[in-house]
Design a binder for this molecule. Sequence first.
Ligand SMILES: [Zn+2]
Length: 136
Amino acid sequence: MTYLKFYDVEKERFSTAQNVTLEFPLAQRIVKKLARHFKVTNFSGVRKQTTRWCGHAYSDYSISIPKKATLLLICHEVAHLYNKQYLGDWSHSKKLMRTLKRIVHYALKMLPLWVGNSRVVSLLYTSNRPQEAKIE
Ligand SMILES: [Zn+2]
C-alpha cells in the first residue's frame, strides 16, 4: 500500500480518532503513555515539528509531531515504532494497519481518563470541524 492510499484508508476507518485534535503538551504525554502500554521499549522521545503539518517516526525511535496533532496521527507514528521494534518493518503494510487498529482502540478508550474531562471529548467525537476542536 502506498503512503497516500494507507492515509486515505486510515482516515476513513478511524474517523473518530481523526476528529480529535490535541495541543502539543497533551499529545506528547499521550505518545509516551502509548509507547509504554504497547511496550515500545526502544522509544526515545517526542519533539514538536514546527515547519510541517505532518508527523514522522525516526530510526532512533523518536517521533516528531505538529503543534496540533490528531489522535490518529499520534497513533500512526507509535504504530510505526511498534512495527519497527517487533517486526523490523517501517512500511505502510496491512500489518501496520492491524497495529494501528489496536493502538487507536486503546487510545480512544483511555482518552477521557487522560484528558480528565469526558464531556469535552464526547463533543469532539461529534465535531465536523476537527481543526477547531481543541483539548488543552
Ligand atoms: Zn507512516
